[in-house]
Design a protein around this ligand. Structure first.
Ligand code: HPA
Ligand code: ZN
Length: 350
């Protein structure tokens, strides 16, 4: 029976409880994009850096972006405050604490080391503290967490291959390889050799595609790079044959509605195509991307979609099941997550 039956418009209190409580996997979040303004100031202070803003609130009010490029400029500026090993530890640990409170049972977090290795940080000083924070969070909160190493698409393929070589000593601790950065003008085909090498070395792969870029970038990601997931992927809707292929292959699309609204990838949250993507049969799930920059956690994304265009409890449950089905985990761990969603939905008392 549909869970809304007899209660077609759930009260905000009910839906908020449902959204926060439902088990979910966060598959598209960038650690560099998780530095809350207060933490940004604390990290700047302990590293002897001065920010361009006088207070955390004034920094927060600068989070107003006409497009992806303007966001990335501020995001890379914010990366400057991550200097010492304990900075990477603290950002990871504080994100995982918030995710746990949000009902996230599995978190796969991107970090792009090139921002930091450029400044001379050794790769181990970046990866080791993140992996330590993951272990500590897993022990403290029984959350399952993993690192995805992300390469920058606005740099060269050789740069990406150099990064790949540098992380090989940590290969068994890394859940997958991703790619972000400025999309337009940097199509997936630029990195065909890099993604082939990642696959040959046994890594799972994902790439941002179809966020600002066209449907042809999603097609390249699917057929040329043969990635396991696509981050965003919204533009696929412009190509019905591509949608058919994505549906047939159950390719996961990690959609970030608040990010899309804040970066004007969609005209407004109420016009976000998430429902159309679900109705097309695409394997979509909802994620936060860069929570403080875009205004919320994964639960906030779901709740805001409920308020903006009436995302239903049934749809939220489907998105939560899809998130576990799309995680870089064993089939039995994915099935366990999906069963936890089913049990939560069955037990939920409005
Ligand atoms: N797109 C591309 N690169 C990124 C993003 C994004 O939304 N967030 C962090 N890096
Ligand atoms: Zn992203």
């Amino acid at each position: 029976m549909p869970i809304e039956s007899g209660n077609p418009v759930p009260s905000l209190g009910n839906i908020a409880r449902f959204v926060r409580g439902i088990p979910k996997a966060e598959l598209h979040v960038h650690l560099e994009g998780c530095i809350e303004p207060e933490l940004m100031f604390a990290l700047a202070d302990r590293n002897g850096l001065t920010l361009r803003w006088p207070t955390p609130d004034s920094l927060r009010s600068a989070y107003d972006f006409p497009d992806l490029a303007s966001f990335l400029a501020l995001y890379f500026e914010g990366c400057r405050v991550l200097v010492q090993e304990r900075d990477f530890y603290d950002v990871t640990r504080s994100y995982l604490t918030r995710a746990h409170a949000d009902g996230v049972k599995r978190a796969e977090m991107f970090l792009g080391p090139q921002s930091f290795t450029d400044r001379g940080l050794p790769i181990g000083s970046i990866l080791n503290p993140i992996l330590a924070a993951i272990r500590d969070a897993e022990q403290a909160d029984s959350i399952s967490a993993a690192l995805l190493v992300s390469a920058h698409r606005h740099r060269s393929e050789d740069d990406a291959l150099y990064l790949l070589d540098s992380i090989m000593p940590w290969a068994t601790d890394i859940a997958g390889i991703g790619m972000g950065g400025a999309e337009l003008g940097n199509p997936p085909s630029k990195f065909a050799g890099f993604f082939r090498t990642c696959r040959e070395r046994g890594f799972r792969t994902t790439i941002h595609a179809g966020e600002e870029g066209p449907a042809s970038y999603v097609r390249e990601a699917l057929d040329l790079l043969r990635v396991d997931r696509i981050d965003h992927g919204n533009a696929c809707l412009d190509d019905p044959a591509l949608v058919r292929d994505l549906v047939a292959r159950r390719t996961p699309l990690t959609v970030c509605p608040l990010s899309n609204a804040r970066l004007h990838v969609v005209p407004s949250l109420s016009q976000h195509p998430l429902r159309r993507m679900l109705q097309a049969g695409l394997n979509v799930s909802v994620h936060s991307d860069d929570p403080p920059y875009f205004g919320g956690t994964v639960a906030d994304n779901l709740l805001d979609c409920h308020q903006a265009f009436g995302l239903t409890m049934d749809e939220i449950a489907t998105l939560a099941r899809n998130s576990f089905a799309s995680a870089f985990v064993t089939p039995s761990a994915a099935a366990h997550g999906i069963a936890a969603v089913d049990a939560f939905v069955a037990a939920f008392a409005p």
